[in-house]
Design a protein around this ligand. Structure first.
Ligand SMILES: C[S@@+](CC[C@H](N)C(=O)[O-])C[C@H]1O[C@@H](n2cnc3c(N)ncnc32)[C@H](O)[C@@H]1O
Length: 216
């Protein structure tokens, strides 16, 4: 794919994608971590919800199970990850749409969603692509809509600093660890930007952020 699409597979190398779910299950207390993000998001019946960079759709499925009356869509560039996602969704017999494309140019109309969530995708993007993706997410949110982001944040202990240093050998973490994600969110137009929580993992500190599109 053209490099400007800014896509990196979930574990950096395509042959590792089948191992992603096991890797994350071992590395994060996944249910608690994702459950916390979903709780923050306050999704109610009839909300249109998008999971950007859904990968194998673990979060997407949890959103739908937590609020079956919401209309949930998973979005990712990686066809391999989306194939895993489709199998999981079929097994769970849930009605979830999957859409393929790049977060740098979301194929959705302006003001389409009440909630957008994204977990562990932004650290795959360059600074410029993070800014583009934030602008795109802002564009597709309805007025009053909210964006909930979970991704690496500033490490909150010496151990977390060490773990982040190790992960930082492989990923584009400097914007994350430098605390610049909320600044970029505000620059993209989000209001009420807040750092809600930290979640310490074996990969380092994951921060939860919120941003809102002002109601008209
Ligand atoms: C580490 S995985 C996280 C998957 C899932 N959100 C989770 O929490 O397990 C990152 C995902 O972001 C996707 N991704 C990376 N860059 C992307 C882009 N520019 N557009 C769409 N998806 C992208 C990758 O394909 C991958 O599935």
């Amino acid at each position: 794919m053209p490099p400007e699409q800014g896509f990196v597979p979930s574990l950096h190398y395509r042959p590792l994608t089948p191992l992603y779910d096991v890797f994350i299950r071992l590395g994060l207390k996944e249910k608690a971590f994702r459950g916390k993000l979903i709780k923050h998001a306050g999704i109610v019946p009839d909300h249109l919800v998008l999971d950007v960079g859904c990968g194998t759709a673990t979060l997407t499925l949890m959103v739908k199970k937590a609020q079956p009356e919401a209309v949930v869509t998973g979005f990712d560039y990686d066809l391999d990850a989306l194939a895993f996602a489709r199998r999981k969704i079929t097994r769970a017999r849930l009605d979830i749409a999957l859409v393929r494309g790049t977060a740098l140019e979301l194929p959705f109309a302006d003001m389409s969603f009440e909630r957008v969530l994204s977990s562990l995708m932004f650290h795959h993007l360059t600074t410029e692509n993070k800014q583009r993706a934030f602008r795109e997410i802002f564009r597709i949110l309805k007025p009053g809509g909210e964006f909930y982001l979970a991704d690496f944040g500033p490490p909150n202990s010496r151990l977390m600093r060490f773990l982040t240093f190790v992960v930082g050998r492989f990923e584009k973490l400097s914007d994350n660890t430098g605390g610049r994600l909320p600044v970029m969110m505000a620059e993209a137009g989000f209001t009420d930007v807040a750092h809600l929580d930290d979640y310490n993992t074996v990969f380092g500190t994951v921060a939860f952020y919120k941003g809102k599109r002002r109601a008209r």
